[in-house]
Structures are given as structure tokens and as C-alpha cells.
Design a protein around this ligand. Structure first.
Ligand code: ZN
Length: 486
């Protein structure tokens, strides 16, 4: 590919050039005189709304996810990976920039990842990779800014408007079809970066009708009984039967998605495209399944929302079978995947994550620092429309909700400044608030969290620092009009 074409993409808003490229589905042939770029290819699979503990490799006793389990067995399994926010765009933007949401700026789904972000796709594009994005739902549409750096882009039809609860989406089979269609028509010899986003585990939990899940209802009901006996469901307004059915349906979606991941990898393998490719699988955030009285994501910061699966597998079996138990975060993906695909990454100041591949290669655990997590920055109106849609009294207060994970503990700070403290080792499902029992730890973590808030200041939640307006303007320019900026 020519440098001038990449330069052209940089000058204008990323989405404008991308739409053109996507429409033409260009696959640039590298000129005969250009050397083939170096590096392994990369397949990044992101599973929407996928909490770690419902995958076999992360603890489900009747695994719905044999494909991912096999990747984990042959690769590096990170048993404690954290999303920075329980929401799709902020979390994906973190994976692609190596930055927390307060730095990259996409603090809520209706915000935009700014065009000056330096994403993984752009970094690999700069190195001559063919870059391909195939997404499952329009929450990651081209106008969100997440598509910057992708030469080939494929998204569901339609437009996501602010008055729609769920974005237009497509099922995993269609996403897999589109990714494999790219593989079939591919002509380049350059290494590639293929990002495939599966939305299916997101509610409603309903796999296609023809799909017959093989997981055991009895095993799932047993898991629910255990959780109920521990008191995990708190004030949940649901019977154990309803909770069991919900858990089963959620696992069925995971099983369906995992089969499609398997079909994707089989199709790529059949064309020789996995011979020299790193394969990574990550959840963008988890899902409350009535724990702490809540179903869904985006509102609290408990483990069921923030602890995600993360697996990275190298083509030559490098580091196969490695298990990393140190807490890590999705900020780490960018430097880690650059190194795993054979690129020097010395750090460039923009990236806050650490290189987990280099650490594993050196036989050491990652640095264990503080991990900061945060609720999406809803405006008061968005909070109400999203979480009290039928005009019920406001259940969740407007404002900042933050957390810190450090030294085996998690401290959460609510809108009114009150804190709760959990021992994640002794109490992994976060039932016993220790803030009053262990005030020293609470004060220390609170101090670290408040330092972080001071260092990374942000505007009022929902004010969007004009990014919502920017998104609306982008949509307006695209001819969509209306109030889609939310
Ligand atoms: Zn998501």
C-alpha cells in the first residue's frame, strides 16, 4: 500500500475515508517492489458482555466454550483481567489505545473516540498490515471513532439513534460469514490484523432458534443454588427459577458464540491464515446476572461486570499453557499484542498499559499496580432513560462512581463519596463490606483513588466535552440528521 493513501486517511475524519473504503471493500495489493512487511498476523476476537466465570477456562463446571478453552490451554490465560468500564465503546477504545477512558475520552457509548487517538489498527496499518474490522452491533459503528486505522470495515446495516435501547445488531453466524468472506477474497501477502466483534452474549439472551445448547440445566441450577446460599443475589427481585433460566440462556448464547468462534478459526486455518497468526480473545465487560440485585451492565463495578476473559495464543505454541494470576487490565492489550506479533514496543508515553507478553516471555509476573475502574459517564437524562426507562423513581444517582483494585482488595466510591471495601481473595463475590472493619486499608485505597481522580480530571458526566455534539455533527454530515448524538 502507498504511504500517501494512509496520509490521506489521517487528514480527514477517520470515518469519512473509512466509509469510502468500506463501500469499495478495498484490499490494496502491495506493489511488487515493496517488501512484505514483517510481523505475525493478529486475530482479535472481542466477545461483548462476556464475564469470565461463565467460560470453562475461567471456572464454569459444564463449559459452554470449548473453543476458547482450547485456545486458553494452548496459549496464555489471564485469570484476572479487568475492563475499565462496564460498557462497550469505552472498553474497546481502551483495548485499542492502551489508555483508560479518562485519557482516551470515550467515557460513554454516546461519546466518540477522538480522531487523534493512536490505535492498534493504526499502528499495525503503519507497519504495512492489512487491517480488517467486522463488528456485530452499531454501538461500535464507524461514527464512534473506533474504526480508525481499519482499511476494510464491515458493520450491520442501519443507524443507532438515541431513543433506541439497543443498537442494530447481527448474529454471530453473519459476523463469521463476513469475516470469512474477507478471507476468501483476500489477495495480499502482507500480515493482517482481523478484529471480529461478537455481540450475541449481550441481552436479550436468545440464540438462534435452530441452535440446541448442550450445557446441562442441572449444572447451571446447581451453580445458582450455590450462589444463592452464599447470598450473592442480595435484593434481587427474581425467583431462583427465573435466575436459573437466565443463567442457562446466557450460557447458551456463550455456547452459540463459541461455536462461531470455532467456525471462524477453522475457516481461517483452512486458508492458511492461522499459520503465523496470534489469536486473542477478550470480553469487553461482564454482565450482572442478578448478583447484588442487578441484571445487566454499566451501572455498578462488581466483579460480574468488570472481570473479563482474556486469552492470547501464539502460532508456534510460544508460552502455551501459561497462566497469569496477577490482576491485569484491558489497557495492557495494545503493548502486549504488539510484542506478541513481533514488534518492538518501548512505550511511547501515550500508552498506560504494560507489556504482558514481554513479562511472560521473561518468566515473570506482570507488575502488580493499582487498577482503576469507573462507571460510564452518563448524563442525568441518559442514566434515567437507560436504567429507569418507564419513569420509575431514580434508582441510581447521577454522578461519578469509581473503584480501585489493589493488594487483593477492591474499594468502591459511590456518587455521595461513601466507600465500600471488599477482600477479593476471601470474598470474591463481594458480599462483606469491610470499610468499617479495616479502615486503614480503606483509607489507603481511597487515597490512591482520589490521587487518580486528581491526576486524570474529567468534565461533568454527560457534558461530553463536545464529543456528543461532534458525533451528532458527524451523523448529520453523513446525512442521518436527527438527534442521534444522544
Ligand atoms: Zn459491550
Amino acid at each position: 500500500m502507498s504511504a500517501s493513501r494512509r496520509g490521506a486517511r489521517r487528514r480527514g475524519p477517520a470515518w469519512a475515508a473509512l466509509l469510502t473504503l468500506a463501500a469499495a471493500t478495498l484490499v490494496p495489493g502491495c506493489g511488487g517492489s515493496e517488501p512484505v512487511p514483517e510481523g505475525r498476523s493478529l486475530v482479535l476476537i472481542t466477545m461483548d458482555t462476556t464475564r469470565a466465570d461463565h467460560l470453562g477456562a475461567f471456572g464454569h463446571p459444564d463449559s459452554p466454550t470449548p473453543t476458547i478453552d482450547a485456545l486458553a490451554a494452548n496459549g496464555v490465560r489471564f485469570t484476572r483481567a479487568y475492563a475499565p468500564m462496564g460498557q462497550t465503546l469505552p472498553s474497546h477504545a481502551t483495548m485499542f489505545t492502551g489508555q483508560g477512558p479518562r485519557t482516551h475520552g470515550a467515557l460513554e457509548n454516546y461519546y466518540v473516540l477522538p480522531a487523534d487517538a493512536h490505535t492498534l489498527a493504526e499502528r499495525l496499518d503503519d507497519r504495512g498490515y492489512e487491517t480488517v474490522g467486522v463488528i456485530g452491533a452499531l454501538v461500535l459503528a464507524v461514527d464512534s471513532g473506533i474504526a480508525q486505522g481499519f482499511e476494510v470495515w464491515d458493520q450491520p446495516e442501519g443507524l443507532w439513534k438515541s431513543d433506541q435501547g439497543h443498537p442494530p445488531e447481527r448474529v454471530a453466524a453473519q459476523v463469521t460469514d463476513e469475516a470469512l468472506a474477507w478471507a476468501v477474497r483476500r489477495e495480499s501477502d502482507a500480515p493482517y490484523f482481523l478484529w471480529v466483534h461478537y455481540y450475541d452474549p449481550h441481552g436479550p439472551y436468545a440464540p438462534p432458534e435452530h441452535f440446541r445448547p448442550s450445557i446441562s440445566r442441572d449444572v447451571v441450577s446447581g451453580m445458582v443454588m450455590e450462589a444463592a446460599q452464599r447470598g450473592d443475589f442480595g435484593e434481587a427481585e427474581a425467583t431462583l427459577d427465573v435466575i436459573s433460566q437466565t443463567w442457562f440462556n446466557y450460557a447458551a448464547e456463550l455456547e452459540y458464540t463459541d461455536q462461531q468462534v470455532g467456525r471462524l478459526l477453522d475457516g481461517l486455518r483452512a486458508r492458511g491464515l492461522l499459520d503465523d497468526a496470534v489469536v486473542a480473545v477478550a470480553g469487553d465487560h461482564g454482565e450482572g446476572l442478578f448478583e447484588h440485585g442487578h441484571k445487566g451492565h454499566g451501572i455498578n463495578l462488581y466483579e460480574e461486570l468488570m472481570h473479563v476473559p482474556l486469552v492470547i495464543t501464539a502460532p508456534d505454541g510460544e508460552l502455551g499453557g501459561t497462566v497469569v494470576d496477577t490482576p491485569v487490565q484491558l489497557q495492557d492489550l495494545l503493548p502486549t499484542l504488539l510484542t506478541a506479533t513481533g514488534h518492538e514496543f518501548a512505550g511511547d508515553g501515550d500508552v498506560q498499559g504494560q507489556d504482558l507478553w514481554a513479562a511472560a516471555r521473561a518468566g515473570r509476573a506482570p507488575r502488580s499496580g493499582s487498577i482503576f475502574i469507573e462507571r460510564p459517564h452518563y448524563s442525568a437524562e441518559r442514566l434515567d432513560s437507560k436504567h429507569n426507562p418507564r419513569g420509575q423513581p431514580r434508582k441510581h444517582e447521577y454522578g461519578l462512581v469509581l473503584g480501585i483494585i489493589a493488594d487483593g482488595h477492591k474499594l468502591l466510591k459511590q456518587v455521595d463519596g461513601t466507600v465500600t471495601l471488599f477482600d477479593l481473595v476471601a470474598d470474591p463475590t463481594e458480599r462483606n463490606d469491610l470499610a468499617g472493619v479495616d479502615p486503614e486499608t480503606a483509607a489507603r485505597l481511597r487515597g490512591l483513588l482520589e490521587d487518580y481522580e486528581q491526576r486524570f480530571r474529567v468534565a461533568e458526566p454527560g457534558s461530553g466535552e463536545s464529543v456528543s455534539a461532534e458525533r451528532a455533527e458527524q451523523l448529520r454530515q453523513l446525512g442521518y440528521g436527527g438527534d442521534a448524538g444522544g
